[in-house]
Design a protein around this ligand. Structure first.
Ligand code: ADQ
Length: 488
């Protein structure tokens, strides 16, 4: 297959649009794993991006035209907006996607709100995306649909009689059969997913979970011994593979070395002189395990008094879904824990936890990556986790330590260099914090070398080439991936 161009389809376009006053809009590029990952792909493949503008109110025609042309200049690719109403956002995005699919896919069954009125809107919005594809692309384009919000698009395309070659990549994990089976729409979602030509998952475990669900619920078996499996359905053949997403390693390493970042690193180091810094960077989300992490840090301070006065945790939290009650509660829980730890342990001239709740600039983020001796990445469940990879790429001095959750997709690739932890095991995590604190320079360097080598080999370009390569009918390759289960 050599498509004329690649078309990315995702819920959000890679820009944030805000109305300043009547007829005047400002735009900036948006944060998040997907946007970070896809930018280089489209610039290099000369493609388009189809998605929702992210605004409650649709800009008037003239403003929209200027927003889109400004963005094309900045991003280097074409944007096609899909118009979604406020009510649709409520039920398709906040409802079906984030109150049902997101917790289910991350094994948080008790957070699921299986409200039956969300499903119809989810179908309707997936149909809108299919219509936008029908109007904005041709049969020669390769349509690459992103994530759980758009699982029905291939089926909707068929229903409106539009032929396209399609791929689907799931950025989240895929849960085991016992969890997935609880979804009231389990057959519909599985069957619709099998209407894509290629399905990609983050880890071997996710792929195996998916194949098991297909096997038991739809009685369909997969074939293929190598990395790409095949399933034959009534509609044809579907290919399924594991494609761990990554980052533009060289770009991160290069940017981290710039004078601007280096200056900021010096300021951070000066402000935290003679301290070992531990860094947490997350979107506000219950899957990221921020309260567990804070408890483990408190446990480390309690059990290893030699760390007091010598180590500090910098926790950056990026606001996300802040209008949802449970996310507000999570924010309050985090802030109460930060207050408790600081209240209990702060001494004259030393504050154990530094907490920031905001989006920071890229320069600042890279400076924190470089300035901190340890990265503390402990999600309870995560599709991949790009922060772990970005930290290592920016660690150009080669002496940082990565503490990584066994339940982040990244653990499969980074298990040999990271200190792996079970984020639910507060004592075990606190032990790893202490291990990082006391680790000698030789071991730090050796571990970081392995991490950086692995990420630079399997970077974002490798991910894209593997996925697009697997779209070719007789493709037999695919990235080498480890099946990972935590070991004693
Ligand atoms: P996310 O859940 O958003 O992505 P993650 O992979 O950690 O999670 O990516 C977060 C991104 O936001 C990183 O690229 C980081 O640089 C950026 N970021 C973090 N803090 C920031 C801050 N304060 N200011 C600005 N930018 C910040 C989903 C899945 C993940 C999967 C990705 C990609 O949940 O598991 O790794 O998609 O597939």
């Amino acid at each position: 297959m050599s498509p004329k161009s690649v078309v990315i389809v995702s819920n959000r376009l890679p820009i944030i649009v805000e109305k300043v006053k009547k007829g005047q809009w400002v735009t900036r590029s948006s944060a998040g794993g997907l946007v970070t990952a896809m930018g280089p792909v489209l610039r290099n493949h000369g493609g388009k991006w189809i998605g929702w503008l992210g605004t409650q109110e649709m800009p008037d025609k003239a403003s929209l035209k200027s927003i889109l042309s400004r963005s094309v200049e900045e991003l280097g690719y074409t944007l096609i907006p899909v118009n979604i109403t406020e009510e649709e956002i409520e039920k398709y995005y906040h409802g079906f996607s984030n109150e049902i699919l997101w917790p289910l896919l991350h094994d948080f069954l008790s957070n699921c709100n299986f409200d039956p009125q969300y499903a119809n809107t989810y179908r309707k919005v997936n149909r809108k995306f299919a219509q936008a594809i029908a109007e904005g692309t041709s049969e020669d384009d390769y349509i690459w649909v992103q994530d759980y919000l758009l699982s029905l698009v291939a089926r909707e395309l068929r229903e409106i009689g539009v032929k396209r070659q399609t791929g689907f990549f799931l950025h989240t994990p895929f849960p085991p059969l016992d969890i997935f089976i609880k979804l009231p729409w389990r057959f519909e979602i599985l069957e619709a997913t099998l209407e894509y030509d290629l399905l990609g998952f983050q880890t071997e475990r996710d792929t195996k979970n998916f194949l098991r669900c297909v096997h038991y619920l739809l009685k369909l078996k997969s074939t293929g011994r190598r990395n790409i499996k095949k399933i034959v359905t009534k509609k044809g053949e579907v290919r399924i593979g594991t494609f761990p997403i990554s980052i533009d390693f060289k770009e991160f390493a290069k940017s981290a070395a710039t004078e601007e970042v280096t200056k900021k690193v010096r300021i951070i180091r000066r402000n935290h002189e003679n301290r070992q810094l531990i860094l947490g960077v997350d979107r506000l989300d219950y899957t990221k395990g921020i309260p567990h992490r804070l408890r483990a840090f408190a446990e480390a301070l309690a059990h290893y008094p030699e760390m007091r006065g010598k180590t500090e945790l910098i926790q950056l939290v990026v606001p996300s879904r802040v209008n949802v009650d449970s996310y507000q509660e999570l924010k309050q829980e985090i802030e109460a824990l930060v207050g408790e730890i600081n209240g209990q342990y702060t001494e004259e001239g030393w504050t154990p936890v530094h907490y920031m709740f905001r989006s920071i600039s890229r320069t600042e983020l890279l400076a924190y990556y470089r300035a901190c001796e340890t990265a503390f990445v402990t999600p309870l469940k995560d599709g991949m986790n790009l922060v772990a990879k970005e930290y290592c790429a920016c660690n150009i001095d080669g002496n940082g330590v990565l503490i990584l959750s066994e339940f982040a997709g990244a653990a499969a690739e980074l298990q040999r260099g990271a200190l792996l932890v079970n984020p639910y095991d507060i004592e075990g995590v606190s032990l790893s914090i202490h291990q990082a604190f006391s680790m000698g320079l030789d071991e730090r360097r050796e571990r970081m070398k392995k991490l950086r080598r692995s990420i630079s080999r399997n970077d974002i370009f490798h991910w894209v080439n593997s996925f697009l390569g697997a779209s070719v009918k007789n493709f037999n390759g695919g990235p080498e991936v480890d099946f990972f289960v935590p070991m004693l």
